[in-house]
Ligand binder design. Structure first.
Ligand code: MSP
Length: 511
């Protein structure tokens, strides 16, 4: 049976419109999913929307519509963005769906029956804005907004019971939380005694949520509800075979939702008797033009800005840039100048030039037919071995989710092909020895085709166009063997895949 690979993005809140943060996590997950499919794995890629809770209720009230209508509108915006990017997700889950409500209520009932959920009264501080109960210390430090004193009866999950098991799991599975800085953050957090988790909200205060199956005066705390989506979608309690096939997942998240994913979620799974996630990878954040993104600073990268960039240099470049420069370990800064410069140097120059040189020469001197190679010298053999090594590294980086290194690795190989041509100068050689120049062009094209196949998840539209130009009947998205390039095949006319972008166009700001 093919190995399975289950990857998730966070479920996006429907109180805000998509922006570079949501686009980033989702495109990286898509890229990972596509590489795994290319590797022959059985992939399940999930994204969706988080639709309950106070923020959504308030946003709907503000717009003067009922919460369900509000959710439908916002969920549609996310779907639109993902279809704009041709996302390859296998499912899109909304936490208001019936299939999810059933799972949440079943898990709650099971934990309640087992005494893992109990009722208690809380007297203390509550942040309305963050929907959190906070300590006296937090209150004094003024960390939270909109804080009120409340006295309230609620239901609690015995999260504290799982502290030791969780710490042990993290130590025994060094890859469970990545990157290393996030793992250390969680181990640091777990040095303090873990408290039980309040998992309910009284309906009088909040009605937009999943009703507790054992007390109709309460709804479920939004995080306890939302996290369970990761098991709903692959079929928990509905399609056990499918569930077994895909669970556990690799969760791709941002650094701000580390504790909920690395502490609450594993504790919930342990309580439910389910295997823990395979990996939780928490990336950093994008800043914009050197500062934290904010609507008031005018540097917020929203959907319109994303589409404006894509309109200039193509959607593929946006994906490519997210992968190459995105904040995996620490934060990264999105600068328009760097974005367009990277386009020019990596795609217009390195990749584009290579295509140009090879297609032009084959067109001019070989009637557009891929020349048959003669004997390979050490240089061509090296190109071939390097190609294989490049592929091995790409798949090794894939295991670590290191898309930065993966992208740089392929580009390095593309640059080495340009250097090879500069040394061999087929444009001069062809006038003296057409057969020898043919071998050089064949080898360079074999390398180009190999790298185009590897680049497919990063630049799917452009690489599909490349394979059409190559005209060998191969479909983009499968792995290419270096020597399988068919000599004699007729190339199609060359199109400029990555026309150079004139940076002076940036003088009129995008925002
Ligand atoms: N609904 C919760 C997740 C529940 S998962 C069961 C949530 N939603 S969110 O819409 O607020 O955030 C979703 C993701 O966007 C988070 O992973 C967050 O890190 C990410 N980002 C928000 N702003 C970001 C940047 N500026 N840069 C990168 N990612 C950022 O949290």
């Amino acid at each position: 049976m093919r190995p399975s690979f289950y990857i998730t993005t966070p479920l996006y809140y429907v109180n805000d419109r998509p922006h570079i943060g949501s686009a980033y996590t989702t495109l990286i997950a898509d890229i990972l999913a596509m590489y795994h499919r290319m590797n022959g794995d059985d992939v399940f890629f999930l994204t969706g929307t988080d639709e309950h809770g106070q923020k959504v209720q308030q946003a709907a009230e503000k717009n003067g519509i009922n919460p369900r209508e509000h959710c439908d509108r916002y969920a549609a915006r996310f779907r639109e963005l993902w279809s704009y990017f041709n996302l390859s997700n296998d499912d899109f889950i909304r936490t208001t769906e019936e299939r999810h409500v059933r799972v949440v209520q079943s898990v709650l009932q099971k934990l309640y029956n087992e005494g893992q959920i109990y009722k208690d009264t809380y007297d203390g501080w509550y942040s309305v804005a963050d929907e959190l109960f906070i300590s006296d210390k937090d209150y004094e430090e003024g960390k939270y907004r909109d804080v009120r004193r409340i006295s309230e009866s609620n239901y609690y999950f015995r999260m504290s019971d799982y502290q030791e098991r969780l710490i042990r799991h993290i130590h025994e599975h060094p890859d469970f939380i990545a990157p290393e800085n996030r793992r250390n953050e969680i181990l640091g957090f777990l040095k303090q005694p873990l408290k039980d988790l309040c998992i309910s909200r009284p309906k009088e205060r909040l009605s937009w949520g999943i009703e507790l199956p054992f007390d109709d005066q309460y709804v479920t705390y939004v995080w306890f509800d939302a996290l369970l989506n990761y098991i709903t979608a692959p079929g928990y309690l509905q399609d056990e075979e499918k569930f077994k096939r895909y669970w556990p997942a690799v969760h791709l998240i941002g650094k701000d939702i580390l504790t909920t994913h690395c502490v609450y979620w594993p504790a919930m799974l342990l309580a439910a008797g389910l295997p823990l996630p395979a990996k939780i990878f928490a990336h950093g954040w994008w800043t914009s033009e050197g500062q934290k993104m904010s609507k008031s600073l005018g540097n917020f990268i929203d959907l319109e800005t994303i589409q404006e960039h894509c309109g200039r240099v193509g959607k593929d470049m946006y994906r490519y840039y997210m992968a190459k420069e995105g904040p995996l370990q620490n934060d990264s800064d999105f600068s328009r100048e760097r974005f367009y410069q990277t386009y020019n140097s990596d795609l217009a120059n390195d990749f584009g030039n290579l295509v140009n040189r090879i297609f032009k020469l084959i067109g001019k001197y070989y009637e557009g037919k891929i020349p048959a190679p003669g004997e390979f010298s050490r240089d061509e053999e090296t190109l071939k071995t390097n190609a294989e090594q490049c592929r091995n590294k790409v798949f090794a980086y894939l295991q670590e989710l290191n898309v930065n290194a993966l992208t740089a690795e392929i580009l390095r190989y593309v640059s080495s092909l340009n250097r090879y041509l500069e040394v061999k100068e087929p444009w001069k050689r062809v006038k003296i020895d057409a057969a020898a120049a043919g071998t050089v062009l064949y080898a360079a094209l074999a390398g180009l085709r190999f790298s185009a196949a590897l680049l497919y998840p990063l630049l799917p539209e452009k690489m599909a166009e490349f394979f059409e130009m190559l005209n060998t009947g191969e479909k983009a998205g499968s792995l290419a063997e270096w020597e399988a390039l068919p000599a004699g095949a007729q190339l199609q006319e060359m199109k400029a895949l990555f026309p150079r972008f004139d940076l002076s166009e940036l003088e009129s700001p995008a925002q």
